[in-house]
Design a protein around this ligand. Sequence first.
Ligand code: HEC
Length: 253
Amino acid sequence: MKKFFIAIMLVLVPVVASANTAGPHLDKMTPDPANKESLQRGMKTFVNYCLGCHTASFQRYARSAEDLGMPPELVQEHLIFGDVKVGEQMTNAMVKTDAAAWFGNPPPDLTLETRLRGEDWVYTYLRSFYKDPARPWGVNNVVFPDVGMPNILEGLQGEQVSHCTKAELLEHVKTIDPLTGLQMGGCLSIAKKGSLSAEEFDKTIYDLVNYMSYMGNPVKLESQAIGYKVLIFLFIFFFFAYALKKEYWKDVH
Ligand code: HEC
């Protein structure tokens, strides 16, 4: 028995160790798949700002429309650009090899991005671009150093600058906290204002990541609801199964 416990402890060690890996601090965001308004705003930002380069090829416009409670005609009219039908997948016309030549790396498909990196990572990533003239697009990123993506949302966020070295930025003790508007963990601040305030920008990114999180697992709400029903069923079924067991075994001594 003792050996068994030691084995279990050994199995758990890597889990504990990987939870402790150093890296830039990630701001927390808790997705809310029940908040349809937030998801709708997120989808709007996604199709307007991201779909030009990235795809979400495992998601169809019509599926989003249905899950987010939007009439498909409205989605067709306002959220779909070009000659694309509402039943089609959310793709674009960018050729991968061209994109790789332009950006160094082609923009990856984002349907499952939050499953790959986690919501906190994507939420922090989109808010932590900062000015770096040494990079081809003039920007760098705290959680994805030397990223090939330009800061698409600069017009909204404003121009963010860093007061720290790259090594300091990577230290996990530094926090990025745009809610204060100016001091972001002492490292980042807004040098030129964008069209949104820091709070509004955070909210826009929250909605966007909330939508990306929905795309990564569109059946989450449904499976949670079914999960509760299954548990209630199992609870009630237990009494019947127990009564049946008593009946079967009552003559066995
Ligand atoms: C101008 C084209 C372009 C636009 C528009 C764009 N991106 Fe990107 N994005 C890229 C490229 C290129 C990469 C790959 C960068 C690399 O690997 O160095 C990337 C990478 C990413 C990554 C990291 C992927 C990974 O490796 O895990 C995320 C997340 C992301 N983009 C999200 C977004 C979101 C959200 C939007 C919309 C607000 C957006 N992007 C708009 C070009 C773009």
